[in-house]
Design a protein around this ligand. Structure first.
Ligand SMILES: [Zn+2]
Length: 86
């Protein structure tokens, strides 16, 4: 009789766990999808907006955005001072 009681208890526990898992997965599934998709989209958009070709200064090897680079012929510099040094 004790065995039967434990069996019923075990079945009830398994049933409760399954129900909990179902409700958890059903309620949690849309959440991680949104959370996972949102940062990826923002990261992608932020990298797209700030995606600028980085150029290496020939003098100090500093990487600067192409818009801020000082070009002397085909050589790239971070500032006019470095461009004049070479
Ligand atoms: Zn430099």
């Amino acid at each position: 009789m004790r065995f039967l009681m434990w069996l019923i208890l075990a079945v009830l526990v398994i049933f409760a766990l399954r129900k909990k898992a179902q409700t958890f997965s059903s309620s949690a599934q849309p959440m991680p999808d949104n959370q996972a998709a949102a940062p990826q989209q923002t990261q992608a958009s932020s990298t797209d907006s700030s995606a600028e070709t980085m150029l290496c200064c020939q003098y100090c090897q500093l990487y600067i955005p192409a818009s801020e680079a000082v070009l002397r012929g085909e050589k790239v510099f971070c500032c006019a001072a470095h461009a004049d040094q070479v």
